[in-house]
Design a protein around this ligand. Structure first.
Ligand code: NAD
Length: 392
């Protein structure tokens, strides 16, 4: 056995822990580039309070607003240009990203790109579509503060960046992009609306289940993924029904964090491979794409992962009896995930997401990449086409 385990230097988890931002940022630098997302937390005064907690300790703070969408090449490039124009040096600078996966990924890309000596587009560094360039200078330190409970990007070393023309959704990846500090305050997720809670939560569940059975799974992240899967299976419906349920929000934020740690160190699978393609060709939000694909991906892997899935069934709120066969237990898990999707209002078909038969060949091509490579059962183009066509 041999594996490497990468993690943020410090994880600060807990209700209300956001008040520690200033104190934690001061351990990494003197100047803060604060990247924030949608309006909700700005309007409630939350962002101002975070800013003040940094200023109160003598830190300089510059606030930047992220566009309200999953980050694109042009978003990274134009923000890098603007921020470079506003500063002569990035010494003792820390990037703080407060938002969902979209904002955290943009922040991670900024931290990497701002300090590279070459002034080229982020595209040049992206896996699969770039020119094979790698980062030559260590990224700025990053503090990630998730406001959704889904992607776990606060504990991963990549940033997912997309493009409309040509269509792609690819990662910028480097060990130095693992946030130095993850501040995971579940209270920040209370304002997330039910349908976003459902979709992002399904992303966390998908990451935990896929990382548990991935071809590249390793022992330590597998333990975290199993724990995370249980938290998501027990808490997601509760968090969607009542967004103020503290225990459910804490459970989901923890599930998302564990899913990030697991995926960063284990890889993923079919659902995530197709989710990237659905994002690039049909503009489906990432969490929703994962949610729609998860039952089909589990069914596709049922034969080769019977034992693993049977063990994961113990994480269900109502686990199957111990004396039934591993096959029956594994099937029970898949059926339970299907029921969960149904109760959350997740569509079953790809056509409900806007996919038409003419999209299938692009989706097959666009699904290839790091995630699909991790799927435990090999996936030929023909097999993937059959899976997608059966879901139209
Ligand atoms: P998101 O960041 O796009 O946010 C979804 C919506 O929720 C947005 O409209 C946002 O404004 C809103 N929102 C966020 N926090 C809120 C709050 N507290 N209250 C009210 N509204 C709030 O969605 P996401 O699922 O968190 O992130 C998706 C992105 O993350 C995708 O681009 C995906 O590819 C990427 N991703 C990255 C990784 C990684 O490891 N880097 C892993 C998985 C996914």
């Amino acid at each position: 056995m041999d594996y490497t385990y990468l993690t943020p230097r410090q994880i600060v988890f807990g209700w209300g822990t956001r008040v520690r931002l200033g104190e934690l940022a001061a351990t990494l630098g003197k100047r803060v580039i604060l990247l924030v997302g949608g309006r909700t937390l700005t309007q409630s005064g939350e962002i101002e309070r975070l800013e003040n907690s940094c200023r109160g300790l003598g830190l300089d703070v510059e606030r930047w607003k992220a566009p309200n969408r999953e980050p694109r090449v042009e978003d990274v490039d134009s923000l890098v240009e603007s921020i470079r124009g506003s500063a002569s040096s990035f010494e003792e600078t820390v990037v703080v990203a407060v938002g969902g996966g979209s904002v955290m990924d943009l922040g991670k890309a900024l931290a990497a790109l701002l300090v590279q000596p070459e002034r080229v587009s982020v595209r040049e560094y992206l896996e699969g579509v770039g020119s094979g360039r790698t980062l030559t200078v260590e990224p700025l330190p990053i503090i990630a503060m998730p406001t959704t409970a889904g992607t776990g990007a606060e504990a991963t070393k990549n940033a997912v960046i997309s493009s409309e023309s040509p269509p792609f959704k690819k990662s910028l990846r480097s060990n130095g992009m693992m946030p130095s500090i993850a501040i995971v305050d579940p209270e920040l997720t209370v304002s997330v609306p039910p349908e976003v809670t459902a979709a992002t939560g399904m992303d966390a569940l998908t990451q935990c289940l896929e990382a548990s059975i991935s071809r590249r799974r390793a022992p330590l992240p597998r333990l975290l993924a199993r724990e995370g899967a249980g938290l998501a299976l027990r808490n997601l419906e509760l968090a969607v029904r009542d967004g103020t349920n503290r225990e459910a929000r804490e459970g989901m934020s923890h599930a998302a964090l564990l899913s990030g740690l697991a995926l960063a160190n284990s890889g993923l699978g079919l659902a995530h491979g197709v989710a990237a393609a659905l994002g690039m060709f049909v503009n489906v939000p990432h969490g929703l794409a994962c949610a729609v694909m998860l039952p089909a991906a589990l069914r596709y892997n049922l034969d080769c992962c019977e034992q693993d899935l049977s063990e994961l069934a113990d994480q269900l709120p109502e686990p199957p009896a111990r004396d039934v066969s591993p096959r029956q237990r594994a099937e029970y898990l898949v059926e339970s995930v299907e029921k969960l999707c149904e109760s959350l209002g997740i569509p079953r078909s790809l056509s409900a997401l806007g996919v038409r038969p003419e999209h299938i060949s692009d989706l097959v091509k666009g699904s290839r990449g790091n995630s699909l490579d991790g799927n435990p059962r090999g996936v030929s183009n023909g097999e993937l086409k059959a899976v997608l066509e059966s879901m139209l």
